[in-house]
Design a binder for this molecule. Structure first.
Ligand code: ADP
Ligand code: MG
Length: 702
C-alpha cells in the first residue's frame, strides 16, 4: 500500500522547511500534512469586499484595502521603539503601526510602495490605526484557491513574531490542498455518506479552508463535526461493551437484615419515587456479578445522601465494607454525623478519616479497617491514600464529585480481578450531551424529583445600592426565626483582596446586626479546622442568626432552618456555583429566598447569568445555559484525566443535536457488530486505531 500522503512530515511542504516546521510543531502541534489540514480556521470572513480608506471607521471588523506608502517614521527608543507608516489611496490616509519585528518591516515598507493591507482598524488619539496589519505586494500575490470567504487561523505570539500569521497559514493550506486534494482517503463508508447525505472528505476539507459558498461551508462543517463526534461515540461505546465483559464485580446477592431494619423502622420519611427508582437500578447493577460504575445526578436537595446510605447498608449486609468520600472536611464531618444519627440504632460501626485525623486515631482506624471491624468509612481524599487498606471493600460512594480522575484512582482497590462498585454522586447536573461524552462509559441515574412539600426558592437580583432594603428584609426573616447565609466570592485561596472583602463585609453586617440581639458567625478557608468547625456548629445549632462565609459552604451543607442565601458580588460566580449556593436554602417547608447582590457595572454575560438564576431553579436548565455561555472547556478541563480526546471542530454545548445523532449511528453499528470485526466495518476499526490510540490503552488500564 502507498504511504498515506497526510502522514508526510510538514517540513516537506513547499514554503515550510525545517525551521518553520519546528515552530509549527512546538506551538500548534502540527507535525504532518494531516495535522495542518485538520488545523481548522476559527472564523471565516467575507473577502469579496475591498474598502476605500475614506470608508474605514474604527468599529469595523477585519477589512482589506489597497494603498501606497507615503511616509515612514520611527518613534521611541529601545524596547519602546515603534514604526508608523502612512498609507493613502487618494480617498484618504491612515496609519499602520508596528512594535515588533521593526528591522524586517523597515526593509519591506518603503515610501512609494503599493500594498494590499489586511487588519482590524482601531482608534487611537482620534486617528484610525491598524496595528500589525498583514501586508502583501499586490503584484506578487500568490494565486490561491478561489473562495468566497477568507479563513482565519489562531496563531501564537511566537508564531507571529516569526511572521507565521493567519494569512501565512492560509497560504500553507493553499499549497497543501493543491497537492493533496482528491488524494485524501475517505474515512467514512459510502453507505453512511449516502444515507446521511454528507459531502465527501476531500470536498469537506477543501471547503472548510476555502469555502466555495456559505452553503458548502455549512455542509463541510456539518460533516466534519459529525465525523468527529461519531468516532468519539464509537470509541466510548465500544470500550463500554468491552469493559462490561472484562471486569468482574462483587455480587450483592441479597437485601439483608440491616437494610430491612433501616427501611422499616428508621427511614425518616417516605422515599420519593425517583429515590426508589434509583435504588432499584443500583440493586440490579450490584447483584449482576458485573462491576457497577454509576453516576447519580440529582439536583441539590434531591436526597442523594439517603440513596448512598441505603446502598452502603446493602454492601454491609452482603459482608462487605463501604466508604463515602466527600470533597471537604466540613462535608465529610456533616455526613458522618448524619450517618451516626440515622444509623444509631443499627448494629454497625462507622468511622471518619480526614486530613486532620490524629495519628493515634488513624492507627486505630487502619487496624479496624483491615480486620473488618469497621463497616463504613466516611472521609475526604485521605481515603484514597495508599496506607488505607480495607478488609473487603465492596462499594465506594463519591459525593459531589465531578472529577473523573478520582473514580479511576479508586480502581486501585482492585482485588482478585474484582473492583468495588462505584457510585459517583453529583449535584452539578451535567447536560445530557456532556454526560454522554465524558461519562460515556458510566451508567447514569437521575433523581429528577425533589422531596414533597418544597417550595421553589424565590430569587431576586439587587444592586449594591439597595443594601438598606436587603438588611430590612434580613431582619424580618430573623424575626420569623429563620437563619441567613451571606456568601462572599473567593477566587483563589491566596487572594488577600478577597479576604479583605469578606472581613469588611463581616464588620458591616455585625454593625447592622449588633450583639446581643444578633449572633453572626464566620467561616472561611483560611481558618484553622477547629475554628471553622466552631463557626459551623454555631450556625447548625441555630445559635447564630447569620453565617458569613466563603464558598467553603458551597457543597452539601444542610441546615433546613436557613431560609435566605445572600450572594455578594454575585457577578463573580459562575452559574453552576450560584446554583449550588442557592441549593443551601429551601430545604425546609417554608418559603426560601436567594438574593444576588451585584454592582451596577455588569458585563452582558453576567447580566445573562443573573437573568437565568432569577428565571429558573431547574438545575438541568441552568447547566445547559452554562454550557452555552461558557462552552464545555472548563468542565472538560477538570475531567482531563478521564477525557483522552481533543475536539477540533465540534462544541459539546452547541452541537448537541449532531452529537446525539452521531451517538445513534454508533449504536446502530455496534449493535450489529460489537467488536467491529466484520469486513464491511473495517474502515471504522482502522479509523478508531488512528484517532484514539490512547483510548485503546485506557480501557486496558481499567
Ligand atoms: P443532596 O441530594 O443535595 O445531597 P440531601 O441528601 O442532603 O440532598 O437531602 C436534602 C434534604 O432532604 C435533607 O434534609 C434530607 O434529610 C431531606 N430528604 C431526603 N430525602 C427525602 C424524602 N424522601 N422526603 C423528605 N425529605 C427528604
Ligand atoms: Mg449532598
Amino acid at each position: 500500500m502507498k504511504a498515506d500522503i497526510l502522514e508526510r512530515d510538514i517540513k516537506f511542504l513547499p514554503g515550510v522547511g525545517p525551521k518553520r516546521a519546528e515552530l509549527l510543531n512546538k506551538e500548534l502541534k502540527i507535525c504532518s500534512f494531516g495535522d495542518l489540514l485538520y488545523y481548522f480556521p476559527y472564523k471565516h470572513v467575507d473577502r469579496t469586499r475591498f474598502y476605500k480608506i475614506s470608508q474605514i471607521s474604527g468599529d469595523l471588523p477585519y477589512i482589506q484595502f489597497e494603498g501606497q506608502i507615503t511616509r515612514v517614521d520611527t518613534a521611541g527608543g529601545g524596547r519602546n521603539m515603534r514604526l508608523t507608516a502612512h498609507i493613502s489611496d487618494g480617498t484618504g490616509s491612515l496609519e499602520l503601526v508596528w512594535f515588533r519585528g521593526l528591522k524586517w518591516i523597515k526593509d519591506l515598507v518603503k515610501p512609494g510602495k503599493k500594498f494590499l493591507v489586511y487588519g482590524k482598524p482601531t482608534v487611537f488619539n482620534n486617528k484610525i490605526n491598524l496595528v500589525h496589519p498583514e501586508m502583501e505586494d499586490p503584484e506578487k500575490q500568490e494565486k490561491t484557491i478561489n473562495s468566497a470567504l477568507q479563513s482565519f487561523y489562531i496563531t501564537s505570539e511566537k508564531l507571529k513574531n516569526s511572521f507565521i500569521t493567519s494569512r501565512v497559514i492560509q497560504k500553507m493550506q493553499n499549497r497543501l490542498l493543491s497537492l493533496v486534494y482528491g488524494k485524501i482517503a475517505e474515512t467514512l463508508p459510502d453507505t453512511l455518506i449516502n444515507r446521511l447525505d454528507l459531502p465527501g472528505l476531500n470536498d469537506a476539507l477543501l471547503n472548510i479552508h476555502f469555502p466555495q459558498s456559505i452553503e458548502k461551508l455549512k455542509k463541510a462543517e456539518n460533516r466534519l463535526k459529525f465525523e468527529e463526534l461519531f468516532y468519539l461515540q464509537l470509541s466510548i461505546l465500544k470500550q463500554k461493551t468491552g469493559r462490561k465483559e472484562k471486569v468482574k464485580g462483587f455480587v450483592f446477592g441479597k437485601v439483608g437484615a440491616l437494610f430491612n431494619k433501616f427501611y422499616n423502622d428508621h427511614l425518616p420519611f417516605e422515599l420519593t419515587a425517583a429515590q426508589k427508582r434509583v435504588m432499584r437500578e443500583i440493586r440490579k447493577d450490584t447483584g449482576s456479578g458485573k462491576q457497577m460504575n454509576r453516576l447519580l445526578q440529582g439536583d441539590v436537595g434531591s436526597g442523594k445522601t439517603l440513596v448512598a446510605v441505603m446502598s452502603m447498608l446493602i454492601a454491609v449486609d452482603n459482608g462487605f465494607q463501604a466508604c463515602l468520600m466527600a470533597p471537604t472536611e466540613i462535608l465529610a464531618s456533616q455526613h458522618f454525623s448524619t450517618l451516626n444519627k440515622i444509623l444509631e440504632k443499627l448494629p454497625l460501626s462507622v468511622g471518619i478519616l480526614t486530613g486532620s485525623t490524629r495519628k493515634k486515631e488513624r492507627d486505630i482506624l487502619h487496624r479496624q479497617l483491615r480486620s473488618g471491624e469497621l463497616n463504613i468509612l466516611v472521609g475526604t481524599h485521605a481515603l484514597i491514600e495508599e496506607s488505607v487498606q480495607f478488609d473487603e471493600l465492596g462499594l465506594v460512594v463519591i459525593d459531589e464529585q465531578h472529577r473523573f480522575g478520582v473514580a479511576q484512582r479508586a480502581r486501585m482497590w482492585k482485588k482478585n480481578h474484582s473492583i468495588p462498585h462505584m457510585l459517583v454522586m453529583t449535584a452539578t447536573p451535567i447536560p445530557r450531551t456532556l454526560a454522554m461524552t465524558v461519562y460515556g462509559d458510566l451508567e447514569v441515574s437521575v433523581i429528577d424529583e425533589l422531596p414533597p412539600g418544597r417550595k421553589p426558592i424565590v430569587t431576586s437580583h439587587f444592586f449594591d445600592t439597595k443594601r438598606e432594603r436587603l438588611f430590612g428584609f434580613m431582619r424580618k426573616q430573623i424575626g420569623l426565626g429563620k437563619q441567613i447565609y451571606v456568601v462572599y466570592p473567593l477566587i483563589s485561596e491566596s487572594e488577600k483582596m478577597d479576604y479583605k472583602d469578606l472581613e469588611d463585609g463581616y464588620l458591616s453586617i455585625v454593625r447592622a446586626f449588633p450583639p446581643p440581639d444578633y449572633v453572626v458567625a464566620i467561616v472561611h478557608g483560611q481558618m484553622k479546622p477547629e475554628n471553622k468547625e466552631t463557626g459551623m456548629q454555631q450556625f447548625i445549632s441555630g445559635r447564630a442568626h447569620i453565617l458569613v462565609a466563603t464558598t467553603v459552604i458551597e457543597v452539601g451543607v444542610d441546615v433546613p432552618n436557613a431560609s435566605v442565601m445572600v450572594i455578594e458580588s454575585a457577578e463573580r460566580f459562575g452559574l453552576s456555583q450560584l446554583h449550588q449556593l442557592r441549593g443551601r436554602v429551601g430545604r425546609g417547608a417554608d418559603q426560601s429566598y436567594c438574593i444576588l447582590m451585584t454592582s451596577h457595572k455588569l458585563s452582558n454575560e453576567a447580566r445573562q447569568r443573573m437573568k437565568t438564576m432569577v428565571g429558573t431553579t431547574d438545575g438541568f436548565e441552568i447547566a445547559e445555559a452554562d454550557l452555552k455561555l461558557r462552552g464545555p472547556g472548563d468542565l472538560e478541563g477538570t475531567m482531563q484525566s478521564g477525557f483522552p480526546f481533543e475536539l477540533k471542530i465540534s462544541n459539546l454545548g452547541r452541537d448537541s443535536r449532531i452529537l446525539e445523532y452521531a451517538r445513534q449511528q454508533a449504536i446502530i453499528i455496534l449493535d450489529a457488530d460489537p467488536v467491529l470485526g466484520k469486513p464491511e466495518n473495517s474502515i471504522y476499526s482502522r479509523q478508531l486505531k488512528k484517532l484514539h490510540p490512547r483510548a485503546e490503552d485506557w480501557s486496558k488500564i481499567s
